[in-house]
Design a binder for this molecule. Structure first.
Ligand code: NAG
Length: 151
């Protein structure tokens, strides 16, 4: 009985130690509520995850159009600091001319954007944001689909 108790104590201690090891979880993308507009979230996967500072980053974006996506819409990928200042240069591409996309994408239709490759900023601080915006080329107003993550 004493031995069993000792075993249990060791087991519990081991479990709590395992739980204490910080798990580096995958980057969580959510709605762009920080922009003041909560448009539908696209599905985003990145590699490497989390991004490596100063290194190449691959991004896959897919989603379902909540409203029609029309000619002229751009897809941009940008790193922002905690105050929403652009870090480096945003990657901006014409959405409709991406391979496999034909516009207009009807509301309710799914879309998959070919892998976007960008470069992470030289330093990634707590609070750094990675944003993916499909929207009007005039800026962040009226995004069609949007996702962002706090890195
Ligand atoms: C992106 O999609 C391609 C093709 O399906 C896949 O090979 C690649 O691993 C994906 N990359 C990421 C970052 O999800």
């Amino acid at each position: 009985m004493k031995h069993n108790l000792a075993f249990l104590v060791i087991l519990l201690a081991t479990i709590s130690m395992i739980n204490a090891v910080p798990h580096k979880r995958a980057t969580q993308f959510g709605p762009c509520t920080d922009y003041g507009v909560p448009p539908p979230v696209s599905t985003v996967t990145i590699n490497p995850d989390p991004p490596t500072a100063g290194a190449s980053l691959s991004i896959n974006v897919s989603g379902t159009a909540a409203s029609p996506i029309n000619q002229g819409v751009i897809i941009s990928v940008a790193f922002l600091d905690a105050n929403y200042n652009l870090l480096g240069t945003a990657s901006i591409q014409d959405f409709c001319s991406q391979a496999g996309i034909s516009c207009p994408v009807a509301a309710g239709a799914s879309f998959t954007v070919p892998t976007i490759t960008t470069t992470a900023p030289p330093t990634i601080n707590p609070g750094t944001i990675l944003g993916i915006n499909i929207g009007d080329p005039s800026g962040n107003t009226n995004p069609v689909q949007c996702a962002m993550a706090h890195l």
